[in-house]
Design a protein around this ligand. Structure first.
Ligand code: SF4
Length: 355
């Protein structure tokens, strides 16, 4: 008997294309997607609107494994961190950030990450595997089922992993998040946060949807960036700058640049000067998010890094503003439960089966 495959590898068009092969009309594919992601069905058997014969053949050929919540942590600021088990005992994480009028889901595109940024707990895990499109979408299902009072308004691929290292599945997931019959999150409220993989930026530039782009920059000095983000050594800053210019020219959208200020590493006057020079671009220009470095839970992950003092952040903000660069100091959310940027590496990290 052939091995069953995970149904979550299919996006909606993929499910529609699959149906004739199973002797069904294509529209059954969308019904199946709604059972999987809107209702979070745990089995094919419970999909009552699908013909019994289809449910049987689905059960014979496919695995349905909805994410299982291993741990749910609540931060006093309202942030919720979900540690999730996926098929094969693989573990990843999702964060829900609430404000008065917004529910933002920060989802993972991979379990772990291969890029090894030294300020990031996820980078210390290495890569377990890339997630399927449906496994990304199902992270929204987990949050939606746990948030009856609010609809998901914003989504960002800023959890574990590098989304452009899992490009096709990530884009398929974003389209389903945007799909009006599924989560209906507006394209401009869906952001991909990349460490700066050039090929991914080039492909993203040509996508028809108005998804938005954020880049984890953290230094405009090549030597410093190589130190902080060793997995990006083959993706130099001049080429990153050129790719972002092309993105801006073609899309007229403004990418965000994430910059976590680290004391004695990227907070010098030279660092500021190189950031200002990087931001000298024609309209629409960049938006710079200045972040305070978040503590990484496991001190064995790398060298001790400390957040730059508040006056340094204020100086960077002031100088960027003075040069006409759009800039905000982003408040860190979820730090108490280690759900903030760079902190996602749970005690279940990797796989629950090797615990
Ligand atoms: S910062 Fe992003 S790209 Fe770098 S190791 Fe962490 S998850 Fe990977």
């Amino acid at each position: 008997m052939s091995e069953r495959i995970n149904i979550m590898q299919y996006d909606v068009p993929g499910l529609e294309n699959l149906m004739p092969e199973l002797g069904q009309k294509p529209y059954r594919g969308r019904q199946l997607a709604e059972w999987l992601y809107l209702r979070g069905a745990q089995s094919f058997e419970e999909m009552a609107s699908l013909p019994r014969s289809l449910r049987q053949v689905l059960d014979e050929r496919f695995v349905l494994f909805q994410p299982r919540t291993l741990e749910k942590l609540l931060d006093p600021d309202g942030t919720v961190r979900y540690v999730l088990e996926l098929e094969g005992g693989v573990v990843t994480e999702t964060v829900a950030l609430r404000s008065r009028d917004r529910l933002t889901v920060c989802f993972s595109s991979q379990a772990g990450c291969a890029l090894g940024c030294i300020f990031c707990a996820t980078g210390g895990l290495g890569l377990t595997r890339s997630l399927l499109a449906g496994e990304m979408l199902a992270q929204l299902t987990v949050v939606a089922n746990d948030s009856a009072d609010m609809r998901i308004s914003n989504v960002v691929a800023m959890g574990q992993g590098e989304p452009f290292a899992n490009y096709d599945s990530t884009l398929a997931a974003l389209r389903m998040m945007n799909d009006a019959a599924l989560f209906g999150v507006g394209a401009r409220r869906i952001t991909v946060s990349s460490a700066g993989l050039l090929e991914g930026i080039r492909r993203f530039t040509d996508e028809p949807e108005q998804f938005t782009l954020a880049i984890s920059l953290h230094s405009c000095e090549q030597r410093v960036r190589n130190y902080l983000m060793p997995g990006l050594r083959t993706q130099p800053l001049d080429k990153l700058h050129a790719a972002l210019l092309s993105y801006m020219q073609k899309t007229s959208r403004r990418p965000s640049l994430e910059f976590a200020l680290i004391e004695g590493v990227n907070d010098s006057p030279e660092s500021l000067a190189s950031l200002l020079a990087f931001c000298e671009v024609p309209a629409p220009g960049f938006h710079v998010n200045l972040l305070s470095l978040n503590a990484v839970a496991d001190p064995l992950q790398g060298p001790a890094l400390h957040r730059a003092p508040a006056p340094t952040l204020a100086r960077f903000e002031r100088e960027l503003s003075r040069k006409g660069v759009s800039v905000t100091r982003r408040a860190s959310r979820g730090a108490v439960i280690a759900a903030a940027c760079g902190q996602l590496a749970s005690r279940f990290a990797g796989s629950v089966s090797d615990a």
